[in-house]
Design a protein around this ligand. Structure first.
Ligand code: CU
Length: 156
């Protein structure tokens, strides 16, 4: 009976050690830019790469320069653009995820007066598994972000 209990303990330990395999290794690829605000909000453009061998998820973002930061996905429905708010975004191992106008993007809600053309502020990204990443963000005219918008890449 004693060896049976030991075997059971070993099995429980083995199952407990079973999480997602591999470790994520996240990196912000490009300079992060935000658009000058339009009707009380501002879109943030960035690309996140996961160079690791395990998955992660973006679960939130915050900045002292706005009331809040939401993760949005723009969808074209009947020729009309609508935005849905997402709770989290998967960052698969070995892949890059782009946040840009017309697709997946981060949106500053009620940006303050530092979010003006030529201004900069800090943005902190939080993840399910990795440590938070803080990056400087440059504010540029919305049209300067248009090159990135509405391309053929499927979002996420
Ligand atoms: Cu949005």
């Amino acid at each position: 009976m004693r060896s049976r209990a030991l075997l059971l303990a070993a099995l429980v330990a083995a199952v407990a050690a079973c999480g997602p395999s591999g470790d994520p290794d996240l990196r912000v690829v490009n300079d992060v830019r935000a658009a000058t605000p339009v009707s009380g909000s501002s879109q943030v453009v960035l690309t996140l790469a996961n160079d690791g061998d395990g998955p992660d998820e973006l679960v939130g973002a915050e900045t002292p320069a706005a009331l809040g930061v939401e993760i949005h996905l723009t969808e074209i429905d009947d020729g009309r653009a609508t935005m849905a708010e997402l709770e989290r975004v998967e960052l698969p191992a070995g892949e890059e995820v782009r946040f840009r106008p017309g697709g997946l993007h981060l949106m500053l809600v009620v940006p303050d007066d530092t979010v003006v053309e030529g201004g900069t502020f800090e943005l902190t990204l939080t993840f399910d598994r990795s440590e938070p990443i803080t990056v400087p963000v440059e504010v540029v005219p919305l049209l300067d972000l248009a090159d990135d918008a509405f391309d053929e890449d499927p979002p996420g």
